[in-house]
Design a protein around this ligand. Structure first.
Ligand SMILES: [Zn+2]
Ligand SMILES: [Zn+2]
Ligand SMILES: [Zn+2]
Length: 441
């Protein structure tokens, strides 16, 4: 019986990514339209995707036109549109279920406690009617048309109150809470506790987002964050980056159940899929222009000052966590949710080929792999390396084994520069690892 239940759970695994952006946000790909998001969610293996940007009138109108509500309280793309897109997708990824929920990220900029605060917060609405209600309130506060991620001069607490008032199944969470410039705990313009940021409404913060530069273990070093659900999302600005981080749920694809699992951190919330936190842009401290990257210890040694330009360093997430954590770096809570580290498949391929991620051969190989083996998350997380090998990708199987073990070399990111995760220390090691990456090359 136990075995059967486990199996049912396995088949019901849902991959959920709630923080993304449409092409109406600044610095995003023009392919971040509904069709592009659907197409790439299929390839990635994401089941429930936030729409992003629901405050933007043009994006809202597009959602109204192209999405339909299902009995499960989730949106799906209209059948006539999916039929056309599905024709262009290989059979290997076509059956993946894709549903949407209305979401938006707001940039809240305001003064509090004698300092300027800049926080990014994400709001999830159960449907477009509730989203419209929220929009009509926010429209009075600032310009919603200028950016898919609007900048509003309002206290984060006020946005939380609007979310709470909108519907019991709406969800609010502070985004990428550790990034220096725009986050609840950011070193430049954040707070030192949820209580400080949200005062009497602090107990209403049930969920926080780790961001790419921190992982759940770093967050659990704070007692306050052990009481909330620690979630992870991609914050993708182009559809190819969907699911860089995501959440694993074990419930049915029903809105109410998904929101309940996330808000209550119940057994249906299995855990998160994570970037190696060092790969994030703000893990270490430093100055990009001065080419200085420091660990927290090195920063302390230099008293926070850049040895090149003699200005204060941009303090990264690792340092910042250490400043306000209750527990040491090695700490892990006795009981906790699952944490799975992945490296995006195109990055793996780029390294194996010794080429840049943006180059054609990398994407051609990526396509060949998902056409043969199925969606990216299955390849990275589920499929046995035997199967990957049988598909003709011998070297890929080896590298994925190393990724799953966490057997990688890491150069941490700092001051806006992404970190680098390497399977091979140098070209010689790469060439020794295998003669070629796939039988077809
Ligand atoms: Zn943000
Ligand atoms: Zn964002
Ligand atoms: Zn400097």
């Amino acid at each position: 019986m136990v075995v059967i239940l486990r199996r049912i759970k396995y088949f019901m695994e849902l991959i959920v990514d709630l923080h993304i952006h449409s092409h109406h946000s600044r610095a995003t790909s023009k392919n971040s339209n509904i069709e592009g998001l659907y197409y790439w969610a299929k390839i990635k293996g994401i089941n429930v995707l936030g729409t992003g940007d629901f405050t933007h009138p043009a994006w809202f109108a597009e959602m109204k036109e192209k999405l339909v509500m299902t009995d499960e309280g989730l949106y799906k793309l209209k059948d006539e549109i999916t039929k056309e897109i599905d024709k262009t997708l290989p059979q290997s990824v076509r059956n993946n279920l894709i549903r949407f929920v209305p979401t938006v990220e707001i940039s809240n900029i305001y003064s509090k406690g004698g300092a300027v605060r800049k926080l990014h917060n994400v709001v999830v609405a159960p449907n477009l009617e509730i989203a419209a209600k929220i929009n009509s309130k926010l429209d009075r506060i600032g310009n919603l048309k200028a950016d898919g991620r609007p900048i509003l001069g309002m206290d984060s607490k006020h946005l939380l109150q609007i979310t709470l008032d909108s519907h019991p199944d709406s969800l609010f969470f502070p985004a990428h809470i550790w990034t220096p410039w725009f986050a609840m705990f950011g070193s430049k313009s954040g707070f030192n506790s949820i209580k400080q940021a949200f005062e009497d409404l602090a107990p209403e913060i049930k969920v926080i987002e780790t961001g790419l530069s921190s992982d759940p273990y770093m967050n659990w070093r704070l007692d306050e964050l052990q009481k909330v659900t620690v979630i992870s999302n991609s914050d993708a600005h182009s559809p190819q980056k969907l699911g860089r981080e995501a959440n694993i749920l074990a419930c049915k694809p029903i809105y109410k159940e998904i929101i309940k699992a996330i808000k209550t951190n119940n057994d249906d919330f299995i855990g998160t899929i994570e970037f190696f936190p060092q790969e994030g842009k703000y893990h270490f401290d430093g100055h990009r222009l001065c080419n200085i990257s420091f660990s927290p210890e090195e920063t302390k040694k230099h008293k926070g000052i850049c040895p090149v330009c003699h200005k204060p360093l941009t303090v990264g997430v690792d340092y910042r966590v250490g400043e306000i954590a209750d527990h040491p770096e090695s700490y892990k809570p006795a009981k906790h949710k699952k944490v799975e580290y992945i490296i995006p498949l195109v990055e793996i391929i780029a390294q194996m080929l010794g080429k840049n991620v943006q180059t054609k051969p990398v994407w051609a190989e990526y396509k060949k792999i998902y056409e043969t083996l199925g969606e990216e998350f299955s390849i990275l997380r589920k499929i046995s390396t035997d199967e990957i090998m049988k598909g003709g990708f011998v070297e890929l199987a080896r590298v994925i084994t190393r990724m799953r073990r966490g057997d990688v070399y890491i150069e941490p990111g700092y001051d806006g520069v992404y970190g680098v995760i390497k399977f091979f220390r140098n070209d010689i090691e790469r060439q020794q690892a295998g003669p070629q990456m796939s039988l077809g090359l």
